[in-house]
Ligand binder design. Structure first.
Ligand SMILES: NC(=O)n1nc(-c2ccco2)nc1N
Length: 324
């Protein structure tokens, strides 16, 4: 019996490794058929010996039945939205505001420059290396618990790829639907006389707000991480770029277009280059996100609460949107 158990564990390790090579490094080292064969072998063993099934086994991606509704999740660290720039002048004004607060020369400022993915912001919590909860951004303070749907997304690891996982790690990122998945979904919807989605962002949102994970599982969704929220039990690198590389090293997918830029001229050239690449990426972006790379500087600059202190929105409960 424990010989079977060892066989299951061995298969799980191997499958996690190949998922990492394929989804995170974009560098599969075995053919898909070989991966599928091992996955089917593990499914067969777990079917014959259900007591051997573990929650983080690579086979455990699909919830059994639909939820009645989504639970609410309160973000311990608020998920704030970004201020916008619409011209070089706006960006330069942003840099000037930074200079006014901390006297530093613009050529000395290092920015981590990222494509702005046009999907849905999510928060994914790993406890002792295991995926335990995922939530939408919602209003920044409270989101919906979409754990079961997030577990169906193939490039999101159910377990971090490290011997010494942090006690708690909250990964923040964007879930988006590549153009290929969007076209495939709308073709199927048309063929079945169902409603089609206007754009990949709506399709991603609709797919994540599905109460039935079996439907979410059929949608081509991708995570790209762009930050960290809660972190306990590990000391992180002191720059944003190095933190993203660390996330990648433990199995979390990070966008391959992200670059470090030194000074405003390099940042503006990144903005133009990504603008030219935009139609070839295979997924929608609606700009770039330009971040001060040094964490100590980020903390000194802090956040501006965009909400006015003199007004409040008293909202009705969210109405369940039509789910596909
Ligand atoms: N949407 C997107 O691609 N984002 N969003 C952020 C972000 C939002 C708040 C802090 O960082 N970063 C990237 N790349």
């Amino acid at each position: 019996f424990n010989q079977i158990q060892q066989q299951c564990e061995q298969l799980r390790e191997t499958l996690r490794y190949h998922e990492y090579q394929y989804h995170v490094l974009d560098n599969p080292i075995i053919p898909d058929a070989e991966y599928d064969r091992m996955m089917n072998q593990l499914k067969q063993l777990e079917q014959n010996y259900p007591q051997l099934i573990t929650a983080d086994s690579p086979t455990q991606r699909v919830g059994a039945k639909p939820l009645a509704s989504f639970a609410q999740v309160r973000h311990e660290i608020p998920m704030l939205s970004l201020d916008n720039a619409f011209s070089d002048e706006d960006f330069l004004a942003f840099v000037k505001r930074i200079q006014d607060r901390i006297n530093v020369d613009t050529t000395d400022l290092t920015f981590c420059c990222e494509p702005k993915l046009d999907g849905l912001a999510v928060s994914i919590l790993y406890v002792d290396g295991k995926l335990v909860q995922a939530a939408t951004r919602g209003d920044g303070t409270t989101g919906e618990d979409i754990t079961l749907n997030i577990r169906t997304i193939r490039n999101i690891p159910l377990q971090l790829l490290t011997e010494h996982p942090p006690h708690r790690l909250e990964v923040r990122g964007e879930i988006f639907m590549p153009h290929m998945g969007f076209e495939q979904l709308n073709e199927k919807a048309l063929a079945k006389g169902e409603k089609t989605f206007a754009n990949p962002r709506n399709a991603a949102a609709g797919s994540l707000r599905q109460l039935d994970p079996r439907i979410t599982r059929q949608r081509m969704l991708v995570l790209n991480a762009y930050g960290i929220g809660i972190v306990e039990g590990v000391s992180l690198p002191d720059t944003h770029y190095a933190r993203l590389q660390w996330l990648k090293s433990i199995g979390i997918p990070v966008n391959s277009e992200i670059q470090l830029c030194q000074g405003v001229d390099q940042v503006l050239s990144f903005y133009r280059v990504i603008g030219e690449k935009r139609t070839q990426l295979g997924y929608d972006i609606d700009g770039t996100v330009l971040k001060i790379n040094d964490i100590a500087l980020q903390e000194r600059l802090g956040f501006i609460s965009k909400a006015p202190r003199w007004a409040i929105a008293y909202k009705f409960p969210a109405q369940e949107e039509l789910t596909v």
